[in-house]
Design a protein around this ligand. Structure first.
Ligand code: FES
Length: 147
């Protein structure tokens, strides 16, 4: 059995230790807000917070997550909720598929750096791809949240 602490709650799961965290989240535990895009660490749509840092859950074996604190898009942390409100205020998403990962990266940024510069935002968000091209609205929503 593997114990995962997700969004403040412990989940005991019976899974192959090498299973990617993303599969455990979506297929075993039912947190389907975290999305599968490329499965290769290239798109950022699968991002979750591990001990406050944004990671690609498609690359992380679930066994490496024991003893860690995980937050997904379903989590209720202060910065994540503030960012979600800014996202809604600015109508950031188009298709929406990549937006959970975008929000997780933005949360990791504001947790470490409450007043990021434009360059800080660009650097923090560089691992998240949006096929609809919502980058400018994402940046504005982060800036509005940080004010
Ligand atoms: Fe993990 Fe694309 S699905 S980075």
């Amino acid at each position: 059995m593997i114990t995962l602490n997700i969004n403040g709650k412990n989940h005991e799961i019976d899974a192959d230790p090498s299973m990617p965290l993303l599969w455990a989240l979506r297929d075993i535990i039912g947190y389907t807000g975290t999305k599968y895009g490329c499965g290769k660490g290239l798109c950022g749509s699968c991002m979750v917070l591990m001990d406050g840092t944004a990671i690609n859950s498609c690359l992380m074996p679930v066994s490496a997550m024991q003893g860690r604190t995980l937050i997904t898009i379903e989590g209720e942390t202060e910065n994540l909720q503030k960012l979600q409100q800014s996202w809604a205020d600015l109508n950031v998403p188009q298709c929406g598929f990549c937006q959970p990962g975008q929000l997780i990266s933005a949360t990791a940024l504001l947790n470490k750096n409450p007043k990021p510069s434009e360059e800080d935002i660009d650097n923090a968000m560089a691992r998240n791809i949006c096929r609809c091209g919502t980058y400018q609205r994402i940046k504005k929503a982060i800036q509005n949240t940080a004010e």
